[in-house]
Ligand binder design. Structure first.
Ligand SMILES: [Fe+2]
Length: 457
């Protein structure tokens, strides 16, 4: 019998260790797709780069944004319920127009129209443009907020516009499961080109339109949205990003589009900015402190935080960059039993154990994260596949807080089932969607705070 006990002991030891996947990714193309492969749509002054996001706090509003290259008009969106059995009433909402200059680049007319008072769980069609430049799209509003409302999110980060980026987006779209994308920052990578070539912002908008014109993306800003370049007179941080991607920050009492929150289905989603001040007394700190007290787990059981720079990361790329934010915010994340903290930035995939490191105060020597049932799981999905390539250098050895890590491009799905259970899976681009590189049933920290076991164990 002793050998059975020994084997069980060894297996248990293996189960408790984190996993560094041995999957070897094919030499894959981080080659940017040339601009000519993202042509503008046909038609005179045709609306392009069409994208939508949630427009209020509770999911009854949508912001529709688009760019016209030549003329401001028509400056409205026409929308109607897509159910043909009903007597179709067409409505019209006018947009706000913005433009900007960046060094020697001048933007087209950027339109942002907020459609309010939509019905929950309803498909709407919408139309932009006129004449031979008329274009039609559609979206479906989320179900009414409630604790057991199922809903599926896609998770994509650091996307860029390379051959690998296209694989990621097509792979995600092929599932047809995702209802909203949580986009973890780093959009176009225009800033890696001379003078931050802002035409790359245009081509990126055309690239993601096939998804983002039809389902909302929840936007967060990454470092590649900063677009600071004092040597060419560009001193205003986030200038192209703020002109192009509007978010409903005022609805959650925020004073900045860089941090805000929304409620959607059974989730409360909080967006934070890794590249804005977050120390005590700053606007972001003060807002988050207040916002966390508003979370009602009986209404929205799932509490999700999005940020760009991960707080737990065992990759040598961007190692410890999220540490200062961890020191400031981690005690709140544990106190409020946050379910997930999703981040991008590191061009790789990693999932943590439920750990916290809040007992560490520099002088007490307790600098090791410990397992904590009230702590979030930290997941890095910075693996969209951009021009900078894969982050394939993990620290040795794998720290105990790291449950699974792999240097591959891909995306993730979070399928919320009810107030207690959510199925999560990560999908590398090389596989069919039937395969997941990592998957786990997550249990809600408020209603069912049990320990989880992943499929990799
Ligand atoms: Fe980044």
């Amino acid at each position: 019998m002793w050998w059975i006990v020994t084997i069980l002991f060894l297996l248990n030891g293996v189960c408790d260790a984190g996993i560094t996947s041995s999957f070897v990714r094919k030499a894959a193309p981080s080659i940017e797709i040339p601009k000519v492969h993202f042509p503008p749509p046909d038609g005179y002054n045709a609306p392009e780069q069409v994208h939508i996001t949630q427009g209020d706090y509770v999911g009854k509003s949508v912001i529709v944004s688009w760019v016209t290259p030549l003329e401001k008009e028509p400056n409205f969106v026409t929308y109607w319920e897509a159910d043909e059995k009903k007597n179709i009433k067409r409505n019209r909402v006018h947009a706000k127009i913005t433009t900007y200059r960046y060094y020697n680049y001048s933007s087209g007319y950027i339109h942002h129209a907020t459609i309010n008072r939509l019905q929950y769980n309803t498909k709407y069609a919408y139309e932009l443009g006129s004449g031979n430049g008329t274009r039609q799209f559609s979206f479906t509003t989320p179900p009414e907020i409630g604790p057991d409302v199922p809903y599926t999110f896609g998770l994509i980060g650091d996307l860029g516009q390379t051959l690998a980026s296209r694989e990621t987006l097509e792979h995600y779209l092929s599932t047809k499961k995702g209802q909203t994308v949580l986009f973890l920052g780093d959009f176009s990578y225009a800033d890696v080109h001379p003078y931050h070539d802002n035409e790359k912002w245009d081509t990126f908008g055309r690239f993601i339109e096939k998804s983002n014109a039809y389902e909302p993306w929840i936007y967060i800003a990454g470092n590649h949205e900063l677009d600071l370049s004092p040597e060419i007179g560009e001193y205003v941080p986030f200038k192209p990003y703020k002109h192009r991607y509007h978010v409903p920050f005022q609805a959650s009492g925020s004073r900045s589009p860089l941090w805000y929150s929304i409620k959607r289905a059974s989730t409360h989603i909080i967006v934070l900015s890794s590249y804005s001040a977050f120390a005590i007394y700053t606007p972001q700190y003060t807002w988050l402190k207040e916002e966390l007290t508003k979370v009602n787990r009986s209404e929205t059981p799932w509490l999700i935080i999005l940020m760009h720079s991960p707080m737990y990361n065992s990759n040598n790329y961007h190692f410890m960059e999220g540490e200062t934010m961890r020191v400031v915010f981690e005690p709140w994340f544990v106190k409020y039993k946050v379910d997930f903290v999703f981040a991008g930035h590191v061009h790789s995939y990693e999932r943590s154990e439920r750990v916290s490191n809040i007992q560490y105060n520099i002088t007490d020597g307790l600098s090791t994260p410990v397992k904590d049932v009230s702590a979030p799981v930290y997941i890095t999905v910075g693996d969209g596949g951009n021009i900078e390539g894969i982050a394939d250098s993990f620290t040795e050895h794998q720290p105990d807080y790291s449950a699974f890590r792999e240097a591959s491009f891909g995306h993730a799905l979070l399928e919320i089932k009810n107030r207690t259970h959510a199925f999560y899976s990560w999908h590398r681009n090389q596989d069919s969607m039937a395969v997941s590189g990592d998957s786990i049933w997550f249990y809600n920290r408020h209603f069912y705070p049990k320990e989880e076991r992943s499929s990799n164990e």
